[in-house]
Design a protein around this ligand. Structure first.
Ligand code: 13P
Length: 242
């Protein structure tokens, strides 16, 4: 398992269902990787492309977007932790809101996936966040509390798990919370239980070159989880630049 403490910040590109060999070749050729190796830059392509990137990447870490909660067996179409390990995958996103909403993933699934990953020595990046309706009904902290309580297993700690706060209403919309709102929410997560005090927390949702530096410079934001802007090498390059 990667030693999370050697990094000062994390920038995770979630490519979702995008990319092909051509795209990957061009992206990796053109992306300027920061000299500062305390920045952990992670690319999460489709699972089919993990191996291709693993053979080509330099100065980057590899992440998956999902994993099965089961070790092995009759689960057609699923991807095991062992297969991620075989491909030298270092990180795996868990509980992204798109998986919760479109594939009906529950907190129990998130909890089991996170446990499996930790056992396999792959770092889970557990996504939590409120919907617009939750926000409007002032239920953000209730929702986050439930996701932390039920989705993060006992064995998780600041050395083996990352948390990503992604307000669902900010994903792909161009909207973001204010800097103060991001700060307050990260503060809530860190102080919700003493066990979360030292967890690294990334922010995700409409991060782009024009807002990334301000967001990541907040004292309790340890990096960013980036969707759309991570598909453009120049935009992503600006987000990760020193
Ligand atoms: P956008 O950066 O496109 O808003 O997506 C965020 C996200 O879902 C990353 O996991």
């Amino acid at each position: 398992m990667i030693n999370l403490n050697k990094f000062s910040s994390y920038f995770v590109a979630n490519w979702k269902l995008n990319g092909d060999f051509n795209f990957i070749d061009q992206f990796l050729d053109q992306l300027k990787i920061p000299k500062n190796d305390s920045k952990c830059v992670v690319i999460c392509p489709t699972s089919v492309h993990l191996n291709y990137i693993s053979t080509k990447k330099k100065g980057l870490y590899l992440g998956a977007q999902n994993v099965s909660q089961y070790k092995s067996g009759a689960f057609t179409g699923e991807i095991s932790c062992q297969s991620l390990l075989d491909l030298k995958v270092d990180f795996c996103i868990v509980g992204h809101s798109e998986r919760r909403q479109k594939y009906f993933e529950t907190e129990i699934d998130v909890n089991q996936k996170t446990q499996q990953l930790i056992d396999a020595k792959v770092i889970p990046i557990v996504c939590i966040g409120e919907t617009l309706e939750d926000k409007e009904n002032k239920r953000t902290t209730n929702i986050l509390a439930k996701q932390l309580d039920d989705g993060i297993p006992e064995i998780s700690n600041s050395n083996n798990t990352l948390i990503a706060y992604e307000p669902v209403w900010a994903i792909g919309t161009g909207l973001t919370p204010t800097l103060d709102e991001i700060y307050q929410t990260h503060e809530f997560i860190k102080n919700y239980d003493t066990k979360f005090n030292n967890f690294k927390i990334l922010y995700g949702g409409s991060v782009k070159a024009s807002n990334a530096k301000k967001i990541v410079s907040l004292s309790n934001v340890d990096g960013a989880l980036i969707g759309g802007a991570s598909l453009k090498h120049d935009e992503f390059g600006k987000i990760i630049e020193d």
